[in-house]
Design a protein around this ligand. Structure first.
Ligand SMILES: Cc1cc2nc3c(=O)[nH]c(=O)nc-3n(C[C@H](O)[C@H](O)[C@H](O)COP(=O)(O)O)c2cc1C
Length: 222
């Protein structure tokens, strides 16, 4: 796949087919992804790749936390002003695609619950960094590997959705993923073959015009 095509066409996948993803394919994705840049090449990322019964157990236990109304351990930043508007815009786009109206609390809850089940993907990647890792620089490195996972996945026809929801409740993760001892969960990535007929998968999120977010210096000099 062309790099430009991958970058321009990547979008979050929130509906997956049942087709399983092999360990070999997921391993290839991660091998490509870990070519990401990192500060002083410290490579702070670690992955827990989950499928089958372990994934089913995780989904059930996380869903229980959500249904009980447990306070989430990790919540996204919603921001103010333009950041809040952008969040609201993508929310509206997704709800419109899924035909969920504002007042339909039940359907909205159903939609939210899917996120806690990794959107029913056949596999999920949990991204972790060591407790000793520097919060500022290592989290930047994590962002680099996350984007690489999303792009590398496309080479194999896979769709992804990066999500905080999958790491919102830490207890089920700690219980089921022993390798997470001494690590911080950063986010999850739902991964699988996209269900092309799933309406939310056709949502194209907006981006600011590049000139609105860029200052140019020295280009007008003779
Ligand atoms: C760190 C991070 C956390 C995210 N968490 C969620 C989430 O919990 N649920 C969700 O549906 N999408 C989540 N997303 C996906 C974003 O909503 C999505 O990337 C954004 O709206 C842009 O859409 P696009 O990926 O289709 O371009 C997350 C993305 C990132 C980078």
């Amino acid at each position: 796949m062309e790099l430009k095509t991958a970058i321009m066409e990547r979008h979050s996948t929130r509906g997956f087919s049942d087709r399983p993803v092999s360990r070999e394919t997921l391993r290839d994705v991660l091998t490509m992804a870990e070519r990401a840049v990192s500060s002083v090449n410290c490579q702070p990322w670690e992955f827990a790749v989950v499928t089958g019964d372990v994934l089913r157990t995780l989904c059930a236990e996380i869903t229980e936390c959500f249904e009980r109304g447990d306070p989430a351990d990790i919540t996204p930043w919603f921001g103010e002003g333009i950041y809040r508007s952008r969040r609201s815009e993508i929310g509206k786009q997704l709800f419109a695609a899924m035909d969920i109206c504002r007042e339909d609390r039940e359907k909205r809850r159903w939609w939210t619950a899917r996120g806690y089940r990794f959107f029913d993907a056949p596999a999920a990647i949990l991204l972790m960094m060591d407790n000793s890792a520097d919060e500022f620089s290592c989290r930047l490195d994590m962002g680099c590997v996350i984007q690489n996972i999303c792009l590398a996945s496309m080479e194999f026809g896979l769709g992804t959705c990066v999500e905080y929801q999958g790491v919102s409740y830490l207890e089920p993760l700690r219980r089921n993923l022993p390798a997470s001892q001494g690590k911080r969960f950063v986010c999850a990535i739902a991964i699988g073959y996209p269900d092309e007929s799933f309406p939310a998968n056709r949502v194209v999120s907006s981006r600011a015009d590049v000139d609105e977010i860029t200052s140019w210096y020295g280009f007008d000099e003779e």
